[in-house]
Ligand binder design. Structure first.
Ligand code: C5P
Length: 314
């Protein structure tokens, strides 16, 4: 029986700017997204019945239709009913390495892997843009997770533009196991506090989005200027998450006091990341911060930028 093992990398946000409200209730964003090597593994094979089966080794991850990976399989069954009838259902096993509800797109990456896996299992021959169109129906970050690397995302986060890829930057991730942030809460709170700064006019949003290409961070990325990249990290959601979670704010300050290129909260948090020139430096900084904040709930990972999204494990 044919089966596939896929690697689904996490992502961090090097830049997240909220421009305004969208008619669909989401926010109009400008983001720069980066894949990292910390990844989950997804094993997918046909099931004996027409059903979708989902297993996960992490107790906090639901295995029913509330899981994005399950919904990705359901979407493929709905869009390709004849293939579903021919090939039957699928059995999906998720091996989690990416922390959950962490702002690292772990769930989105799992869903992206399921779309890629079913495309292979059912020999659908869908192209990457076609898979990304399906991915956008499930969640804003999922189209990026398919292609990965370094990309600019606009609209809801689903419109992707290639930018120069970044390599050889090391990343320390830090997350309190007992703190998780719900993404809808972060955006709603931002709307409550900052909607007076929102750009209301769609044309103004479009011209602001178009100008991003000349923005300093994109230029720093084009020139692979690591020092500048570190200084220009930005995330609007920090404005609501850090005041509500003082431990996360303190963690970011601890990284900022170290010899790092830059530090920022990823997505809606609560993971904080710091960028370093080398693995040796990343390990040294992690050890320093661990000594300063002696909380057994605080977990660290040292990883590096990755140049692609979903990969087939051979
Ligand atoms: O698309 P995704 O499922 O990742 O979004 C999770 C939540 O984050 C949405 O329900 C919405 O509350 C918020 N969000 C938003 N604007 C975006 C992306 C997400 O308001 N562009």
């Amino acid at each position: 029986m044919q089966s596939y093992s896929l690697i689904a990398p996490a992502k961090i946000n090097l830049y997240l700017e909220i421009l305004g409200d969208r008619p669909d209730g989401f926010h109009e964003l400008i983001m720069i997204l980066q894949s990292i090597e910390l990844a989950d593994r997804i094993d997918i094979q046909p099931s004996d019945t027409q059903k979708i089966y989902l297993y996960c080794d992490h107790p906090q991850v639901p295995t029913d239709e509330t899981n994005l990976a399950y919904r990705a399989a359901q979407l493929m069954c709905d869009v390709f009913p004849e293939m579903h009838a021919n090939y039957g259902g699928v059995s999906i096993k998720i091996t989690k390495n990416i922390p959950v509800a962490a702002g690292l797109a772990g769930g989105s990456g799992n869903a992206a892997a399921v779309l890629v896996g079913i495309n292979l299992l059912w020999q659908l021959g869908l192209t990457q843009p076609e898979l990304q169109d399906l991915a956008a129906k499930l969640g804003s970050d999922i189209p990026f997770c398919i292609a990965g690397g370094t990309a600019m995302a606009t609209g809801r986060g689903e419109k992707l533009d290639e930018i120069k890829h970044l390599n050889d930057i090391w990343v320390i991730l830090a997350k309190y196991e007992n703190i998780s942030v719900a993404t809808p809460w972060a955006y709603q709170t931002y709307r409550q506090q900052y909607s007076d700064t929102y750009i209301r006019d769609l044309t103004a949003i479009k011209s602001r989005t178009a100008k991003i290409h000349s923005r300093p961070l994109v230029e720093a990325i084009n020139h692979q200027n690591r020092q500048q990249i570190g200084k220009l990290l930005h995330n609007d959601l920090e404005k609501v998450v850090l005041p509500s979670y003082p431990q996360v704010a303190e963690l970011k300050s601890a990284f900022a006091a170290q010899d790092v290129l830059g530090t920022m909260m990823s997505g809606s948090g609560p993971t904080v990341f710091a960028l370093c020139e080398s693995q040796t430096q990343a390990i040294a900084v992690k050890d320093q911060v661990r000594t300063q904040i002696r909380d057994p709930q605080l977990k660290f990972w040292v990883t590096k930028f990755a140049s692609s999204g979903i990969q087939i494990k051979l």
